[in-house]
Ligand binder design. Structure first.
Ligand code: SF4
Ligand code: SF4
Length: 418
């Protein structure tokens, strides 16, 4: 396959504002990325490796091959974990190449984010006992709804946010930060968002939660809808630009990763990108006031590291550093903790075979650490991973709490303040 055939100019490369030909040209076909690729680990097929996918994308862009079903499947099987990018000695920006490639494929239905109306119905479905009845009836499986139902966590109430939460009275003032609440995260990661806001106030930060913010755009960007992603990025940039804050924090590392790369979609917005911090990173870096005591937690927990935190934000160690603030807590990493668990946004629904295969590998790693010691808590800092892993644990009949590091820390702070 000739990677270096001239590519026609095409506006799909606007997906990441990249020169696709130049990006592909960086790849020297060394194959050093393949050993880090989760889909290659499952299939051992070159077309399911980063190098193979780059070759397919080059041929597609040069119109040497058509986007037939098989070719599309190889590209859509990519989880977007970017382990290949993090391990590439030539600095190939695989994530940007893949986003541009997806924009060249036939468009799929728009990302199906649950609307507020859907969320209200789902909450009713759970609280009226309908979910229990549906599960007991055995009808969900034949109707093809069992996997979606199993992914559904208990849906909390989602009261509106105030635009601003001042620092807790008596705390030494440290300035202001902004909280990005996201779309799905605003409901499904609500506990982590509330815990973050609460901890930040307790530490002396005022917290802005600007009402004009919208989805980070990750689902659109990674699913061939760059225009929609750019529109969302503009909306968020405009909303947060009005605030004088030290940092813009978020709890789901997948969204934080997208926010931190807005400057790649819209050059000139580097100031915003530099301010974006995953909440674990922000809280691990701040000086902790002696007045905010943390109750000891004499137990062992397992720590999962999301790909977005590791390969994009390059903050793999942040949750561990943060949790080390809790006295007597023992933290055991999942080993090997470098491959994608298959959550990956819509991937867990649309590529169910791959997603479940990858999840099984992660849960097997968890079972291995459980075999060494009693562990009933799995920590992860990305919402998609949390939903996907919790569903897998339920399927295995395991009563394990999957929880965000900030929620655990906030509990230990509250334990001494109650
Ligand atoms: S993407 Fe990087 S590591 Fe992978 S084959 Fe190309 S140059 Fe080698
Ligand atoms: S992004 Fe992840 S799944 Fe996709 S090719 Fe790279 S390593 Fe493989």
């Amino acid at each position: 396959m000739n990677l270096h055939a001239p590519l026609p100019a095409n506006d799909h490369t606007q997906a990441r504002n990249i020169d696709l030909a130049a990006e592909i040209d960086r790849c020297v076909l060394c194959g050093m990325c393949s050993q880090h690729c989760p889909t290659y680990a499952i299939r051992a097929d070159e077309n399911e490796s980063p190098r193979g996918r780059i070759a397919l994308i080059a041929a597609l862009a040069a119109k040497q091959i058509a986007a037939d079903t098989t070719m599309q499947a190889h590209l859509r099987h990519c989880t977007g974990c970017r382990a290949c990018e993090a391990s590439c000695p030539s600095g190939v920006r695989f994530g940007a190449i893949m986003d541009a490639a997806r924009a060249m494929l036939p468009r799929q239905d728009p990302p199906s984010l649950p609307s507020q109306q859907h969320i209200r119905w789902l909450r009713l479905y759970q609280r009226t006992g309908l979910q229990h009845l549906a599960r007991a009836s055995g009808l969900l499986k034949p109707l093809g709804l069992a996997q979606k139902d199993n992914l559904l966590p208990p849906i909390p109430d989602t009261p509106s946010w105030q635009a601003y939460y001042p620092a807790t009275p008596g705390a030494e003032p440290r300035g202001d930060v902004a909280l990005f609440t996201g779309c799905i995260a605003n409901t499904f990661d609500r506990k982590a968002l509330e815990a973050s806001r609460h901890l930040l106030n307790t530490l002396g930060y005022g917290v802005h939660v600007p009402p004009g913010q919208d989805c980070c755009g990750a689902l659109a960007l990674h699913n061939g809808r760059p225009d929609e992603a750019t529109q969302l990025a503009r909306q968020n940039l405009e909303t947060f630009a009005k605030l004088d804050v030290q940092a813009i924090v978020h709890t789901a590392s997948g969204c934080s990763a997208t926010l931190s790369e807005y400057h790649r979609q819209l050059p000139g917005t580097e100031t915003f990108s530099r301010k974006v911090k995953d909440i674990s990173q922000f809280l691990a870096e701040v000086e902790w006031p002696a007045a905010v005591a943390i109750a000891p937690l004499p137990k062992t927990i397992a720590l999962h590291t999301p790909c977005s935190l590791q390969n994009v934000l390059r903050q793999a160690e942040a949750p561990r550093r943060l949790l080390q603030r809790i006295p007597r807590l023992e933290i055991v990493p999942l080993a090997p903790n470098t491959r994608c668990c298959g959550g990956a946004g819509r991937y867990m629904l649309e590529q169910a075979d791959f997603a479940q295969g990858l999840r099984a590998k992660t849960l097997d790693a968890f079972a291995r650490v459980q075999a060494q010691q009693e562990i009933d808590t799995l920590i992860t800092s990305n919402l998609g991973c949390a939903l996907h892993l919790a569903a897998g644990l339920r399927e295995r009949g395991q009563d394990v709490e999957v929880v965000h590091p900030v929620v655990l820390l906030a509990r230990q702070v509250e334990a001494l303040r109650a």
